[in-house]
Design a binder for this molecule. Sequence first.
Ligand SMILES: [Zn+2]
Length: 110
Amino acid sequence: MSTDDRKELKKKIHENIAKFEVEIVKLEDATKPIAPENSLGRVSRMDAINNKGVAEASLRSARKRLVKLKMALEKIDDPDFGKCSNCNNAIQAGRLMFMPESSNCVRCAR
Ligand SMILES: [Zn+2]
């Protein structure tokens, strides 16, 4: 991976981390305990419970990605960064730009 690619990718990871941090705050807000039935009405409370479930799943995956992104940022200056952990070939730059936390190349990820 060239120095320029690395620089570009680092910027991308920082952007992604910032994005996920905002997203996580929003999702944490959406997963707060739901108000009692009498204050919402039964139907909207059911909606609220459904939405909360969706938000909880998104929150879990956003947190996982954030951890991975931070790990990628720590490893980005390693000479081995960007190599597939399975076949040791370079991971395609496009894939890293899209998912900087990937540790497998497209072929092995399939
Ligand atoms: Zn591979």
